[in-house]
Design a protein around this ligand. Sequence first.
Ligand SMILES: Nc1nc2c(ncn2[C@@H]2O[C@H](COP(=O)(O)OP(=O)(O)OP(=O)(O)O)[C@@H](O)[C@H]2O)c(=O)[nH]1
Ligand SMILES: [Mg+2]
Length: 403
Amino acid sequence: MPFGQLVIGSPGSGKTTYCHGLHQFLGALGRPVSIVNLDPANGRNLPYPCAIDISELITVSDVMAELQLGPNGAMLYCIEYLEENLDWLEARLDALGDEAYVAFDLPGQVELSTNHGSLKRIVERLQKKRDWRLVAVHLIDASHITDASRYISLVLLSLRAMLMLELPHVNVLSKVDLLGEAAGAKRDREDGEEDGEEDEEGDDPGADDEGSETSSIRAAKSGLAFNLDYYTEVQDLSYLLGHLNATMGPRRSAKFSQLNERICELVEDFGLVSFETLAVEDKRSMLRLMRVLDKAVGYVYVRSGSDGAQERELPDADDAEMAAYEPGSFVGTTGSRRGTAASAASLFTVADTGEPVGWGSAADVQERWVDHQDAWEAYEAKERQELEKLWRDNEIKERKAPA
Ligand SMILES: Nc1nc2c(ncn2[C@@H]2O[C@H](COP(=O)(O)OP(=O)(O)OP(=O)(O)O)[C@@H](O)[C@H]2O)c(=O)[nH]1
Ligand SMILES: [Mg+2]
């Protein structure tokens, strides 16, 4: 059965870059991956090899020229046109085979995933008629969390997309490697503007916890109002009210405060939104996200027993870790085998690779990219140099060794 990721998010949130990264990452793991460009505004110079490209069917520029529409109207027209000609897409997706794993690179127009019906209907048809298993990956530029009102807007947007698409859904704060920079710029602006001004903010979300003073001071120093895990877990939003009200400026009124309060309550009542993080060039970050996505879409239980499936050396059938992952028909004893209930391809490249050290939580991401980015970069550069030297030395030794 084919699997796929529907990569959605606002303009510039990193969808195309992520699809490219995913192609390289899954390719390196030996997993199947095809990228489908469904953004009719993407030119032909896409960074990834494109398995299917909507621009062969229709492009925004052609629609703008022929129908005298603006870019947004032309985009919506293109997606409606795709819906009407879904056979075109289905035939090409079928050709990728039953074992396909596809990432759909979508346009940045958020209305496609929040209120326009075409994308939802396309997704429904792929799921119902073609048995596709899809997960929505909603990318959101992490720099928005430095501003309370932008953060709340994006939480609302994420909630809306979740309710609209009705898919397994993973929201992702993208470009976390730039978060330190964004937060630093915000801190510098505020230092300049509000020196000595009294703090109007709510209490710290960790105020009752032991050591909370340290964490709140750390957050304030980083330029974020709270630590990163507050934003990823969408914890008690009432702590943001002070920040939200402070951004209203002269228009500030009791009614606006109440509106903010109701919005926060609404998001909390649904209790659906949380965020993963992503720095696309960082392998550990990609690995962590893939583990979450594979679980969300059920890829950990995929079979790899069709023709051409790779044989892999697997551990003993009595292996406790292996057994824990394999529901149902566990066959074979030792050595290589194919097509067990939970495939080697999925489990041993994704689910069972062990937790990437030091990258299990938002606190680690904050440590790496916000609080001590320079120190980590220096450490990693040194590590890289040492490894390169080791490789060079080994190469020289091998060349010198008699054949
Ligand atoms: N530093 C950093 N930059 C990133 C990351 N992901 C994307 N970018 C950059 O963000 C910019 C926008 O990325 P795109 O992949 O084009 O974003 P998009 O969501 O496809 O944009 P639209 O298709 O216009 O909606 C590019 O300059 C990317 O190089 C990331 O993880 N880290
Ligand atoms: Mg794009």
